[in-house]
Each structure stands twice: as C-alpha cells, then as structure tokens.
Design a protein around this ligand. Structure first.
Ligand SMILES: Cc1cc2nc3c(=O)[nH]c(=O)nc-3n(C[C@H](O)[C@H](O)[C@H](O)COP(=O)(O)OP(=O)(O)OC[C@H]3O[C@@H](n4cnc5c(N)ncnc54)[C@H](O)[C@@H]3O)c2cc1C
Length: 698
C-alpha cells in the first residue's frame, strides 16, 4: 500500500535546515504538518557549524555547539530514528537505511550536508570523526600538523588549532594563488607555515579541508544532481526537479537557477521556506519561492599574535578586521542561535508517565487483585517463566512504546521479553505478538506494523527463534504525537525447558551475586521526558538495551556443563528494580539468608546517578521504594539486605542516589545471578568481563 498525504513526512538528515524546521514546529505547533513525521540522522545530535572553529580552539565545550535532536524531536512531536541513510528508492517512495528496513514516505525532505572531497589526510567532514582525531592527537613531537585546503574553512581551522596548540608546528598546504596575501600574513604572524600543497606529507598527521561534495547515494538514487558537486538540484520552492514530493536544502542541495555555495548560512536561511512548503504541500496550498540574497556576511575567527581571539568580517570583496570586537560579536550571534534550541517549548502533547517497563503495575495492587480473583498462587509463582508441560517454558511481557522509533522499539520489547526465559537458562524458540496500533490511516498503520515486526525479528532471529503468530488491535484512544508512541507491543515467548532450569530462589550461603550490566534506564528515560538527560547518556543506554544477552546465557550454560556443579539462581532485573527482584530471590530461598551488597560495586549507566541526585526518578520508583524495607532490621530479625561500602562509608547524597538506583525500574535490564565463588571467578575472567560482582549471600 503506497502512502499518500498526509501520511508520513520523512526528514532525512538533521542538518541546520531541519533543526530549524523542528524548532519552528516547537514554537508554532499549528504549523506542524499532520500525520507521522520521522527524522533520520546518524547521531542523536548535530553540530552547529558556526561554532566548530571555536570548539576546535577550545573556546566552547562540545555540549555548547551540539543541537540535541532527540530532545528537539520529542518537543516537536517527531519520531527519531538513528540510522545511516544509504539511498532513496524514488519509485517505491522509500528511504533506504543501513542494516534495517527502509522507511516509506509520502513526502521526503533531504538535509544531509556534504562530505569533504576525497584525498589524503583525515577529512574535516563528517565533523565527528575529525574531532575525535583531534582529541586523540596528543603528539608533542615536532611532526608538523597539516591543514590541506585553500578556502576559508582551512584557514579558520588552522587559526583555531593555533589556539588549541600554542606551540605545535602547524602548516597550511594550499594552492598558492588562491589565498589572499593579507590572510596569509596573519597566518605567519602566529607561526603557521603556509606552503604549496605539493609539500604535503600524506602519511603525517593533518586534516583535509578541500571543499565538499554531496553524498554519492543521492545521485545513484536517480535524483537529479550537479555533475561536479553531486548536489541535488531543486526549484526555488526547494522541491527536487521532477520530484514534487521530495525537498532538499543545505550543502547537499542547490537551487538550480540561484546557486549558492555550500555553507551553513544558506542551510539556515532556507529553513523558513522549507518549513512553510512542507506544510503547504501536505495541505495542497501554494508553495513559497526562496529568494536568497546574493551575498552573505561571513565572520571568520582567528587569533592575535599575543594569543587572544579575534575575527574578520567578510562581505563579498569587502574585508574588515581582524579585531577582537568582531570575535565578540560573532560569539554573541552564535550563542544566541544555540540558545533558541535550549528554550524550545514542548508541544505539551506527550504523556509524562514513564513508559517501557516502568509502565507496569506496582507490586501492591497486582498482588491484591490476584488474591481477590483467587489467583494468589500466580502472584507468588516464584519463577520468571511458567512451565508448559515438561518440555517448554513460557513467559509474557510488553509495554507501551518506550521510544518513537518503531523498529528499535520492537527490538527492545523482544529483548526485554526474552530475558524472562534467559533467567531460567532457557533459549527462546518462538514468540507470538499482540500489537496495538494507533488509530490512523491504514497505510500508516501498515508502515508502523512492518517496522515493528522487523524490529522483533531482528531480536529473535539471531537467537534462532521465530515469530510464529500474533494479533493486532487498533487503539480506541486518540493517537499521541508522534503517533509511533501509540504503539503497544506484548509478547508471549516460548523456550525449550533446559534439563535443569535455573531457579529464582535457591540462593545459598556463600553465593556471590553478579549483575550482567549497569542499572539506570528508568531514571534516564524519565529525565529524557523532562529534557534533562544528556544525549550521549541516552545513546549509551539505548546501545546497551539493544544488545542481546542471549550469548551470555549460552556462555553460562557451557560453563555450568564444564563445572558440573550446583546450578546458579537467576532472575532478570526489570520493573521492580534490583532490590525488588533481589527481594523475590530471597523470598523464595531459605529464610535465614542475608545479602550484603557492595555499594561501590553496583554499576550505573553514565548519567544515571547524577540524574538521581538531581531528584529525577521514574514514575514507578515511588511504588518500588517499598523494597527499601529489605534494608530495615525488624525487632527480632536482622535486615535481609545490608548495603555496605568498603573504606570511608557513604556520603549522604551518594547513599540516597544509590538507594534510588536500587529501585529504578529497568527496561532490557541486567540478569542477576547467585552462584558459587568458583563460578563467579570463572565468569569474571577475561571472556566474560561484562559481569559485575555486587555482593555476597551469608
Ligand atoms: C571547519 C568548518 C567551519 C565552518 N564554519 C562555518 C561557518 O562559520 N559558517 C557557515 O555558514 N558555514 C561554515 N561551515 C560550513 C558548514 O559546516 C556547512 O555548510 C553546514 O554544516 C551545512 O549544513 P547542512 O545543514 O547542509 O548539513 P550539516 O550541518 O552537515 O548536517 C547534516 C546532518 O546530516 C547527518 N547525515 C549526513 N549523512 C547522513 C547519512 N547518510 N545518514 C544519516 N545522517 C546523515 C549528519 O550527521 C549531520 O547531522 C564550516 C565548515 C567547516 C568544515
């Protein structure tokens, strides 16, 4: 089924134009086109080009020059897909992605920037790997660092590097006739050698700033592109020639009858027309024509021989400076640009209750309802999965979409549901899915469903498991924005019962407690909804959550067969947090046991403890705090769990954050293992390093 308006607008690339379009929708929600909108970018943040030289010179921190696309998308009601785009199928209206299914679109807008022309040395674009190279380059030797290029970008990077490395030998390798002599003399004043590009040492350190070209996949997709630069040709409405439903802007595109050089300034200026026309086309209204100025003011950063920053102002052939006040002016303009993104208001449509596994019912009403229904035995069922006869185990799990990317959400739900079987030492064999789709156009439901199903398969198939059936439903409630958050996936997973399933109970005195990965997904996603989580922390958490734990279960099975010793106890840490699930293990083990947790060994995902200290918490955390009672001694009994810390004990703030971490609900959380000391030692050896030893049973 082909998508028609207003179904799915896909924004390919999170460049300057798209970031500003998203900002426009945050500021003016009524201007956002109806339907599902998805942004695809290779990272969850994008760098503001005007401040890159300042970042290289260390005037700015990375966070000051990064636009957080995830936060912007959340606020604009747009789905975010982190993926590498590698083509457009214009006939099928699909954007092709690396290692995942293509996205169908009814309208496409492309703003993927350009890459540095091929050649020697590390390319300056894409920027992220170039910045990484600089960060790693600590070479104090006399090997000169080379900047290859004859344009303003090469000069500006050379001057920025002089501020970063006041003493290092720097060389600008350029085509002699192209750089104005006045600018060259500014380089020599700060000890940057200007040499002809024939003097290049291709194996030496350096950066290539030789101009850009659009990604090759644009022309190989059959879109009309300039022969030399590869830039997609558009009308002044920013519609691609011959493809009225496809727009393009920024460095990857050029307006056919009003060409402008690839530069962030033009990508920024095209944004207002792009935002207007995306909506106008979806509504069948007349489009606006973009009439760019002939010239743009350029402010070029530099450095005074005494080491303080200065800048030039360039307008066509006119040049003013260098002067420190021009630098201060440039800084003010750039900072104001970035502040607008920090101040973007949320559309106010998104739900604020935590999603993922944090959307499960608290333990108390669950137990009470089971008892009232005469199913108390189910509530006290000690194991993570139920036995179906002697050969099979079954479990069921699911939640309202945690993230707006339906493919990744499907994958995470499948991995989360699998962990109940893994905790029994079983391998997943098959699964059935119940998928609730938002109430929307049938073609869009089809797209959301196929993305979700592909995500489920991506998690099951590497385990040798199959999706064998299921059922779909259409929600009766109004679809949220973005509507991909209206997806709910529930899975029943079936696994072959191992000869000796691992039990949740069965902890023994002397057992070591091991955790397979860090905690903190609950608070990170709660903070993300309050726009308080750092983008790289969320990326880190999602990367961990999207990694299957079935290989470690297989390794563990191998180890058990080698050791021929008593089985471990195991559970998966999910909605009730580490302490809640540890409590279940204790409840089903011998009454007289006590666990000593090593507070300094409990691993947290990056950013989690900081957010807990700032009082962020999942909406399920308050109910989970009842598990803190395990830490309290009663009149005649010592505490079931002791939180210890070697050395100086706990700082009160650290202790409080740790207590919160212990009840943080986890989606795709770790396995918690109780095993003999010998097995723990074997697991902590090099091959199994992901395990953390967090405590001991006594
Ligand atoms: C050192 C340096 C300094 C500069 N200084 C200035 C300046 O001061 N002023 C100015 O106007 N211009 C400047 N420029 C030029 C400027 O960087 C670019 O013109 C500008 O970034 C282009 O913006 P854009 O919106 O087209 O794309 P970009 O800003 O390049 O953004 C494209 C986005 O798309 C993503 N993307 C790309 N390919 C894919 C893919 N295949 N799959 C998924 N995502 C993808 C990228 O990760 C990126 O987030 C400078 C350039 C350099 C190298």
């Amino acid at each position: 089924m082909r998508l028609t308006n207003p179904a799915h607008l896909v924004l390919a690339g999170g460049g300057h134009s798209h970031a500003l379009v998203l900002l426009d929708w945050c500021m003016h929600p009524q201007r956002r086109p109806a339907g599902l909108i998805t942004l695809v970018n290779r990272q969850s943040s994008t760098l503001y080009s005007g401040m890159i030289p300042g970042l290289i010179a260390r005037h700015y921190k990375r966070s000051e020059v990064s636009i957080d696309l995830r936060r912007l998308c959340d606020r604009a009601g747009v789905s975010l897909v982190i993926a590498e785009i590698n083509g457009v199928d214009v006939m099928q209206q699909q954007l092709q992605l690396l290692n995942r299914p293509a996205l169908s679109f009814s309208q496409l807008s492309i703003n993927v920037g350009g890459d540095t022309l091929p050649g020697s040395l590390q390319a300056i674009k894409p920027l992220e790997p170039a910045l990484e190279t600089l960060d790693k380059d600590q070479d104090p030797s006399s090997t000169p660092f080379q900047l290859l290029g004859s344009g303003l970008a090469a000069m500006e990077v050379a001057l920025a590097l002089r501020q970063r490395w006041p003493k290092r030998r720097l060389q600008l390798l350029h085509r002699p006739e192209t750089v104005p002599s006045q600018l060259l003399s500014s380089l020599s004043q700060v000890n940057i050698e200007a040499l002809p590009n024939t003097a290049l040492n291709p194996s030496g350190p350096g950066l290539r700033c030789t101009g850009s070209q659009a990604p090759e996949w644009l022309s190989s997709s059959g879109l009309p592109c300039c022969q030399e630069s590869g830039r997609v040709q558009t009308h002044s409405s920013l519609q691609v020639l011959g493809h009225p439903a496809i727009f393009a802007a920024g460095d990857c595109a050029v307006v056919n009858d009003q060409p402008r050089p690839p530069s962030g300034v033009w990508a920024v200026r095209a944004a207002a027309t792009l935002a207007h026309n995306l909506r106008a086309l979806s509504q069948g209204n007349p489009l606006r024509q973009w009439r760019p100025q002939r010239l743009a003011l350029q402010l070029l950063g530099g450095v005074h021989p005494e080491g303080y920053p200065q800048a030039w102002a360039l307008w066509g052939g006119i040049q003013i400076g260098p002067h420190p006040w021009i630098w201060r002016w440039k800084q003010r303009i750039d900072r104001q640009f970035m502040t607008r993104f920090d101040q973007a208001p949320a559309m106010g449509i998104g739900p604020m209750d935590c999603r993922g596994c944090a959307a499960k019912l608290p333990a108390a009403p669950l137990e009470a309802a089971l008892e009232a229904a005469g199913l108390k035995s189910l509530g006290s069922s000690p194991e993570d999965a139920a036995s179906l006869g002697k050969d099979w185990l079954q479990s069921v799990d699911g939640f309202p979409a945690l993230i707006s990317d339906p493919w990744l959400n499907g994958r995470l739900t499948a991995l989360h549901a699998s962990s109940d079987l893994w905790a029994c030492g079983a391998s997943v064999d098959s699964a059935m899915a119940v998928i609730t789709l938002p109430k929307t156009a049938a073609a869009l439901q089809q797209e959301l469903l196929s993305q979700t199903l592909s995500g489920l398969r991506s998690a099951f198939e590497p385990q040798g498991a199959r999706l064998i059936g299921g059922h779909t439903l259409e929600a009766r409630a109004e679809a949220p924005t973005p509507m991909s958050l209206g997806l709910q996936v529930s899975l029943s997973v079936n696994g072959k019962r191992p000869a000796h399933p691992w039990k949740k109970g069965g902890l023994r005195a002397g057992d070591q407690l091991l955790l397979s990965r860090p905690l903190g997904t609950g608070v990170l996603f709660a903070a993300a909804m309050a726009a308080a989580a750092e983008p790289e922390d969320l990326d880190h958490a999602l990367a961990q959550m999207g990694t299957s734990q079935h290989p470690i279960v297989e390794q563990l099975q191998e180890l058990i067969s080698l050791e021929a010793e008593a089985l471990p106890s195991c559970t998966d840490v999910t909605g009730f947090g580490l302490l809640g699930h540890l409590g279940e293990m204790l409840q089903t083990s011998s009454q007289s046991l006590q666990v000593v947790l090593d507070g300094s060994a409990i691993p947290a995902l990056p950013g989690a403890l900081k957010l807990l200290k700032a009082k962020h918490a999942s909406s399920l955390a308050p109910a989970n705090r009842r598990a803190w009672s395990l830490l309290d001694p009663s009149q005649d009994q010592p505490a079931k769990v002791i939180l210890a810390r070697a050395g100086s004990g706990f700082d009160p703030e650290d202790l409080q954050a740790l207590l919160e971490l212990l009840v943080d609900p986890q989606t795709c959380g770790p396995l918690l293992l109780g095993c003999s000391e010998a097995m723990a030692d074997a697991l902590l050896q090099a091959d199994y390093t992901q395990w953390h030893r967090i405590g001991v049973v006594q």
